[in-house]
Design a protein around this ligand. Structure first.
Ligand SMILES: [Fe+2]
Length: 412
């Protein structure tokens, strides 16, 4: 694959074309260290091949912008929408999600040629204000897939007993504030949460609405690897009383005894197996593990409204987030954003008066509001500028291949 060095788009770059191009180049730069075989691997049902991410994000622009909004555009290959439509029922049939690893063709080079073709064809639309909202959605969509690409390939490389490194070095120095955790207090009351409509947001972030908060406090930093070691040493994984019933069943069924990617004093990273730093935030934990740890620590998980009420005054572009094609790893530091997505105890549900957008893009978020939990913040694999105080990430409670972590909360 071509070598490319690019920076993530600036959070508020005024020029849509500039943000589009920077986003497209970053996806390709993230895949530059991968071989054709690496890029084709699908290591589990939840993950997709890197090549599929490169193609699917291109399908999104070709379908919803070029096909629908550019008169006379002809598809690059009429067979490919079947391969690279993810879950849009309105867009017709598609290969099973679990079969994405069977796509030995098209090659990475053919997918890159498709990307170049689509980027060229997009040129007039990037200057058309009537489609700017859809282009912005396509950029945010590709940024989400950049994070998935990183977490999916990490899992695939982890499955290889050789423990291949995708990059030689990362930006792995610890940031300040890894000492004792302090509490950030909030007096409670009626708070306004949800996106206010200024600038881009996904549909699931609105409408803005009132919530009633009791007085609470959030920890000013994430739970660390060292604290997780204490939980393990205190038999946290074998003490049933700490666990939700579903979580206890999951621990027993899967034989879970540590976060994903842990092996004695090491953990697997994009730079291969590395010593674990006890001061760095713990990551790759499930909702069940986060909840059990909070119970063990005499605390609880935050609700998403509590988290948002405190985050509204903070810079969402702060903390350890992705600034280019380098190995992501949690590094600590203060602030509510960065390092790890933080599990909340809030079920992922529609806000009052929520209505999905019309058409196929209405399938983006709303239809997944069943059985998942909300995560807040941003991770070291989230492109800086992508997240917001109102941003709602969501995963099933057993899933832990994302950069998921934990910030404790308590009643005041
Ligand atoms: Fe997608």
């Amino acid at each position: 694959m071509p070598e490319a060095h690019v920076q993530a788009p600036a959070p508020d770059a005024p020029d849509l074309a500039e943000r589009y191009q920077a986003t497209r180049r970053l996806s390709e730069a993230l895949c530059a260290p991968l071989s054709e075989a690496d890029a084709t691997l699908q290591s589990m049902e939840d993950a997709s091949p890197a090549k599929w991410h490169l193609a699917h994000t291109t399908w999104f622009f070709e379908t919803f912008l070029l096909r629908d909004r550019l008169p006379g555009y002809r598809l690059f290959d009429e067979r490919w929408p079947f391969l690279f439509n993810s879950y849009y029922e309105a867009e017709g049939d598609r290969i099973l999600r679990t079969r994405r690893g069977m796509l030995s063709r098209p090659s990475v080079a053919e997918v890159l040629a498709w990307r170049a073709h689509v980027d060229e064809a997009m040129t007039p639309l990037l200057r058309d204000p009537t489609v700017a909202g859809l282009v912005t959605l396509g950029i945010a969509h590709e940024q989400q897939h950049q994070e998935l690409l990183l977490t999916d390939i990490k899992h695939a490389l982890f499955e290889n007993p050789l423990g291949p490194a995708m990059w030689e070095r990362g930006s792995h120095g610890l940031l300040p504030n890894v000492g004792e955790s302090n509490w950030l207090e909030h007096p409670g009351g009626i708070a306004l949460v949800g996106h206010d409509g200024e600038g881009f947001a996904f549909d699931n972030e609105g409408p803005r609405h009132r919530v009633l908060l009791e007085p609470f406090a959030l920890a000013d930093r994430l739970v660390t690897n060292g604290e997780w070691d204490e939980f393990i040493a205190d038999r946290g994984y074998s003490t049933a009383s700490l666990w939700l019933s579903d979580g206890w069943a999951w621990v027993q069924r899967e034989g879970v005894a540590a976060p994903l990617y842990w092996r004695e004093g090491e953990h697997f990273t994009h730079t291969g197996w590395q010593p674990r730093n006890w001061q760095a935030p713990v990551t790759h934990i499930s909702y069940y593990e986060a909840d059990a740890f909070a119970t063990w620590a005499g605390a609880r998980l935050p609700t998403e409204s509590e988290w948002e009420a405190l985050a509204q005054g903070e810079d969402p572009g702060g903390g350890n987030q992705l600034d280019g094609a380098i190995a992501p790893l949690p590094r600590g530091g203060s602030g509510l954003f960065g390092d790890c997505w933080q599990w909340t105890r809030s079920a992922y549900l529609p806000y009052p008066r929520f209505a999905p957008a019309a058409g196929a893009v209405g399938e983006y978020n709303g239809k997944f509001m069943s059985g998942q939990f909300v995560l807040r913040g941003a991770s070291c694999a989230t492109v800086r500028g992508h997240s917001r105080a109102s941003y709602r990430n969501f995963f099933y409670p057993h899933q832990r291949w994302q950069f998921t972590g934990l910030r404790l909360a308590r009643h005041v």
